[in-house]
Design a protein around this ligand. Structure first.
Ligand code: GDP
Length: 443
């Protein structure tokens, strides 16, 4: 990789109180150290040096220099790190000195991680895990991203891939040397192993979408008739004014979302347009109601709000799966018997006084925790992962149905390729730009 550019960027920290880390990676990292630190520094040991623009230059700052020769570095290349004071002037000066050196240029977003991936220091799903770790807002997101970064997919795929490769070797031997005395009935030799992997994949795919729930947030739709207090409830939950509270029906025409951190999980509450008779509504309101129904149907949980003070609490819920639905009677402060749960309701609350909100949130928390609880297989956090595994599963189904060894072997190869794609070992060239583009500069 000696023809490569050396890339440089601020990799962390800035500001008066902070120490900034400037990182260089590539074949020119050693010259970067020599140029600014006035000579070599010992590998993997912090060295305090005055940092200058060449031996004759005036000192820019005094800081720690780390020299991490490849391949045992974060990118797999030679890496130099300079820890300096975090002021924009120091950072700017040092970056411009380094980038003026031969073969050195500023890094693109995600370029350090991309080099780590290309040099085999990290698998592709691991790189995605790092991107998620950088973006993590909640504890659950951090834990999930950290696991993925450590290579859980790769470990999972390695075990199954090993079994498929063994089966493939048996089949290929039978195809290439039909006259050799191979054990009888190869198909029965290979089948149990393929079946076991197929069952494992099916299991993994059948698991709920917990990776997405953790990464993107657990979605809760707040639905119900106009004026039952949906917006007020959301405001009470969010503890700030995010939705418009008004006496007039049909104010919340679009969907308003509030992101919250509930016991370490990202939860998205979506306040939707009030549902009433389509005929009584205008075109815009009808569109709002269509979106509300869509939200309710696609949420991980729908809260159907009803008015506890109304003479009759409507029982029918707007098209949501009963397992993902809670009927919440609001305005219990106005109800004839405030302490009592109206028939058909799961919870009685008052958005005005706050009664019952704690219990409702505890129930939501329990559901989020159960839905995202760690399971046997690592969580699939992106659609890409699911697609790779679905391709692998489909190929294995075909492999088991095929009547000729050649066809079975070909499908086993396809299944292996799909699993390799998950961790970025094959067929991913066109994906790399997309994946690494989302990183920030310096990572
Ligand atoms: P939405 O159309 O379902 O979003 O309903 P809003 O949140 O706009 O509330 C409609 C009206 O009911 C407003 O005047 C609120 O102040 C009132 N309201 C909402 N929740 C409660 C509650 O728990 N108790 C009482 N007394 N009034 C409420």
């Amino acid at each position: 990789m000696t023809d490569r550019d050396t890339i440089v960027a601020l990799s962390s920290g800035a500001g008066k109180a902070g120490i900034a880390v400037i990182r260089a990676s590539g074949p020119g990292a050693a010259s970067c150290v020599r140029h600014v630190a006035g000579g070599d520094v010992p590998p993997r040991r912090a060295a305090l040096r005055a940092l200058r623009d060449g031996p004759a230059g005036a000192a820019v700052d005094r800081g720690l220099v780390l020299w991490l020769p490849g391949p045992g570095s974060v990118t797999g290349e030679d890496v130099a790190e300079f820890q300096v004071h975090g002021s924009p002037a120091v950072i700017g000066k040092l970056l411009s000195i380094l980038c003026a050196l031969d073969g050195v240029r500023p890094a693109e977003p995600g370029e350090f991680t991309r080099r780590a991936f290309e040099n085999g220091r990290m698998d592709l799903s691991g790189a995605e895990g790092l991107a998620d770790l950088i973006d993590a807002e909640t504890e659950a997101q951090r834990v999930q991203a950290q696991r993925q970064m450590e290579g859980v997919f790769a470990a999972h795929c390695a075990q199954w891939g090993g079994e498929l490769r063994r089966s493939l070797a048996w089949l290929e031997a039978a195809i290439d040397f039909p006259d050799e005395a191979l054990p009888e009935d190869l198909a029965t030799q290979v089948r149990p192993a393929v079946e076991a992997v197929a069952a494992g994949l099916a299991d993994w795919l059948a698991a709920p979408d917990r990776g997405r729930m953790v990464r993107e947030g657990y979605r809760i739709a707040i639905v119900g008739a106009p004026n039952v207090g949906k917006s007020s409830l959301l405001n009470r939950i969010a503890q700030r004014d995010v939705a418009i509270v008004a006496e007039t029906a049909g104010t919340t025409r679009d969907v308003i979302e509030v992101r919250a951190d509930l016991a370490g999980y990202a939860v998205i509450f979506a306040d939707t347009a009030g549902l009433r008779d389509d005929d009584a509504a205008g075109a815009i309101e009808r569109e709002g109601m269509a979106r509300a129904r869509f939200q309710a149907g696609n949420a991980d949980l729908a809260l159907h709000i009803v008015d506890a003070s109304a003479p009759a609490v409507p029982a029918a819920a707007p098209g949501a799966d009963p397992a993902r639905l809670l009927i919440v009677a609001n305005k219990t402060d106005l109800a004839p018997a405030p302490g009592r749960l109206p028939p058909g309701a799961d919870f009685a609350v008052s958005a005005r006084t706050g009664t019952g909100i704690g219990r409702l949130l505890a129930e939501i928390e329990a559901r989020v925790t159960a839905a995202t609880a760690a399971a046997e297989h690592p969580a699939l956090t992106r659609l890409r992962h699911r697609q790779c595994l679905e391709d692998a599963a489909a190929a294995l189904t075909r492999a088991m149905e095929a009547t000729e060894a050649e066809l079975t072997a070909e499908d086993l190869r396809l299944a292996l390729r799909a699993m390799d794609r998950l961790i970025g070992r094959t067929d991913v060239e066109d994906l790399l730009d997309l994946i690494f583009r989302d990183f920030c500069i310096g990572k």
